[in-house]
Design a protein around this ligand. Structure first.
Ligand code: ATP
Ligand code: CA
Ligand code: CA
Length: 434
């Protein structure tokens, strides 16, 4: 586990990167948004748009604090994807670049990818490997078609694909995607489920120091948990998951998981965002400042302030120039805004999917669900991994399985754990009787 260090130079490097990422997004997204909407063409999927930023600026690119190059991939496709996911274009830019504030999660996975939250926690920036980047471009048309046909898809929602390149450093590819978890609700438990048992265990002892850690398949099974859904919701959920997995199998993708965030309605929000740190990147220079987001959550959003920001943004889009970026000490006031996404089945209950009993009456939990990490192609590395692990362990249980089997095992596991409380009790009784 690589966590973000506290050394100033490391912090500094991330801050410049974050600044450049946000500047690139702001300029390229507003450039595309400023144009009249039109239908997509095949060529739109191949487009790479390059901009060079420097202190001087020019007629195409506003001046920036640092020298860097930025590439925007398939800007029109992502504009249409954002529309399919019903994002408001002005809100999107405002969340990401209204102020230059990102909260850094460091690198939670093994892959070395970095995660950043937008200041209102609605969006995640994830740095991805070159192979993942190439792969997303390759399957973008299939993904786009799938989202068009399945507005309720559980797959990660991709809103942008970009690259930033700073002098003397490597190219950094990144995607902007949805944060599955709501900014306004406590998530009491998180599970990352693959349907495999080997190596899928978070050490329970470590929970003492890290009570909000992401747990895995074995932790789930040990707790005898299930996704409590009555017949109707269970069917909706599994039907969509099947369609999504079918696409992943066809595209030979694997290693993805179902991310499950559980809000316990009995416990409510009492614990806030305690323990997390909101890192404010200071565009004026110097080290980032840190805040406790819990204290931010306590603030009520002011209408006036929001209106002022909206004005700022419109101006920003028009002039393609940064406005008021020096306000580093003010904190985001909008964390409390609900994340209602009307019309989306799996976000219908407080931004998530509420547990139900057999008779469809509401249960005590809200689930926030989605299939994440779905850009790993079953390539040569996985084949090797399969070979080596296959020599020593039970073949069907290792996580690097060919995509068809991986998807089947995944679906099988998830359908097995999706049942109403009543169903689970009956099953246990039958087992006892036998
Ligand atoms: P690895 O390849 O080692 O699994 P990775 O760097 O590709 O790691 P992911 O699997 O995409 O990372 O995500 C790691 C963790 O980050 C997840 O288990 C989850 O806790 C969190 N996370 C990832 N994507 C999201 C999302 N869209 N919303 C909320 N949390 C997320
Ligand atoms: Ca993963
Ligand atoms: Ca990964």
């Amino acid at each position: 586990r690589v966590l973000v260090g506290t050394k100033v130079d490391e912090t500094h490097a991330n801050w410049v990167t974050a600044y450049n990422m946000l500047t690139g997004i702001r300029v390229s997204v507003s450039r595309t948004n400023a144009k009249l909407d039109r239908k997509l063409t095949d060529a739109d999927f191949e487009v790479k748009q390059k901009s060079t930023f420097d202190i001087a600026g020019n007629e195409l690119v506003p001046s920036a604090k640092y020298d860097f190059k930025f590439k925007d991939y398939a800007p029109w496709v992502f504009r249409h994807l954002r529309a399919l996911f019903r994002l408001d274009p002005a809100d999107y830019l405002m969340s990401l670049t209204g102020k230059y504030i990102l909260s850094e999660l460091g690198s939670p996975g093994k892959s070395g990818s970095f995660f950043y939250f937008s200041r209102d926690y609605k969006y995640i920036i994830k740095t991805i490997h070159h192979a993942e980047h190439k792969f997303l471009r390759k399957v973008l048309k299939d993904y786009y078609q799938h989202v068009t046909d399945n507005p309720n898809t559980l797959l990660s929602q991709f809103y942008g694909l970009h690259r930033v390149k700073m002098p003397y450093s490597k190219k950094i590819h990144f995607v902007v995607m949805n944060n599955l978890f709501p900014p306004h609700r406590d998530i009491h438990q998180t599970f990352d489920l693959k349907g495999s048992t080997i190596g899928r265990d978070y050490k329970e002892d470590d929970l003492d120091t890290n009570p909000r850690a992401t747990l895995k398949d074995l932790n789930w099974l040990r707790r005898k948990r299930h996704l409590e859904l009555g017949m109707q919701k269970k069917q909706l959920f599994l039907a969509q998951l099947q369609k999504d997995v079918k696409l992943l199998q066809r595209l030979k993708i694997m290693d993805y998981s179902l991310l499950v965030g559980i809000h316990d309605c009995q416990r409510g929000n009492e614990e806030g965002l305690r323990g997390k740190t909101l890192r404010v990147f200071n565009p004026g220079g110097g080290a980032p400042e840190e805040f406790d987001p819990h204290s931010v959550l306590m603030r009520t959003p002011s209408k006036l302030e929001n209106q002022r920001k909206a004005r700022e943004l419109r101006q920003m889009i028009k002039s393609e120039r940064p406005v008021l970026m020096g306000e580093t000490t003010s904190m985001p006031e909008e964390l409390e805004e609900g994340q209602s996404r009307p019309g989306f089945i799996f976000n219908q209950d407080d931004g998530g999917f509420g547990a139900t009993h057999e008779d469809n009456s509401p249960g005590d939990e809200i689930y926030y669900l989605g299939v994440i990490d779905c850009l790993t192609h079953y390539g040569i590395i996985k084949k090797l991994e399969h070979f080596w692990k296959g020599l020593s362990q039970d073949g069907s249980q290792i996580s690097a399985l060919p995509p068809q089997e991986y998807g089947d095992r995944f679906l099988n596991f998830i359908s097995g754990i999706t049942k109403s409380n009543e169903e689970a009790i009956r099953e246990a009784q039958e087992k006892d009787a036998a």
